[in-house]
Design a protein around this ligand. Structure first.
Ligand code: ADP
Ligand code: ADP
Length: 221
């Protein structure tokens, strides 16, 4: 589902963020991506979203080789991927419902169809009863669940997360990880960047380890 073949990334600054990285994540697999701050985790995730292009090598997502993807195909590519961020980027002047509906409106869904999907997504993260509240009135764990609902509302085949539990205590972190497992169980391919090693160990999934842009380990956590 996601394949990196000898991928290197050198930024314009001259910083080599990834060096000769190769791995394959099969459809329906779930894995963690870990390593020190600056190891290249965000860069790797940004390549899957095509927010960065490799300096060398190939990235394939689904059947699509991203080096061959044209500019006009970019929005379609991004729609196949859901992304969860550490600080969730929620809009506090909109309700929970509106925050999740936004990506669907951008894609041109009919309001009724959008509403049905938003409620299905909220139901999956256990927040149906909060749909009319502002995210600002929610706890940080609930806010992160809104971020996850927004990421999965268009049913992406791939779900990426960059430090999704960075602001949460261990108990809430585990709850969030269980949500990711739940989406993985129904077939979504999941890749989560995290430096929370104790959490990763407890989850017992495949773990890719980056150090200074190199993939130095790939095994069971
Ligand atoms: P991580 O997510 O593991 O903390 P990053 O992928 O953010 O690592 O960064 C990898 C390296 O690339 C770091 O040295 C970082 O400073 C550098 N870097 C990241 N983004 C950019 C950028 N847009 N321009 C230049 N250097 C960058
Ligand atoms: P993360 O905490 O996920 O590793 P960072 O704080 O490293 O993210 O990076 C946040 C943003 O700053 C990213 O968009 C990245 O491209 C940019 N960035 C990171 N390091 C550098 C750098 N050395 N030079 C320029 N931009 C950078």
């Amino acid at each position: 589902m996601i394949s990196f073949e000898n991928v290197s990334k050198r930024y314009l600054s001259g910083q080599e963020a990834l060096s000769n990285v190769s791995f394959t994540l099969r459809e329906g697999e779930m894995a963690f991506l870990t390593g020190h701050s600056g190891a290249g985790k965000s860069t790797l995730l940004r390549m899957i979203m095509l927010m960065e292009r490799p300096s060398q090598g190939q990235v394939v997502v689904g059947e699509q080789n991203l080096t061959q993807l044209g500019r006009h195909e970019l929005p379609y590519h991004r729609r196949r991927i859901g992304v969860v961020f550490q600080n969730h980027h929620l809009l506090f002047d909109r309700t929970v419902f509106e925050n999740i509906a936004l990506p669907l409106q951008i894609c041109g869904y009919e309001p009724e169809d959008a509403a049905r999907r938003v409620r299905a997504a909220l139901n999956k993260v256990g927040l149906l009863e909060k749909e009319n509240q502002s995210p600002i009135s929610l706890s940080s764990g609930e806010q992160q669940r809104v971020g996850i609902a927004r990421a999965i509302v268009h049913k992406p085949r791939v779900l990426l997360a960059d430090e999704p539990t960075g602001n949460l205590d261990p108990e809430l972190s585990e709850e969030i990880m269980k949500l990711f497992q739940q989406f993985n169980r129904v077939g979504t391919t999941v890749l989560i960047a995290s430096h929370d090693l104790s959490l990763i160990e407890r989850m017992r999934h495949r773990t890719l380890v980056l150090r200074n842009g190199r993939l130095i380990a790939d095994g069971r956590g």
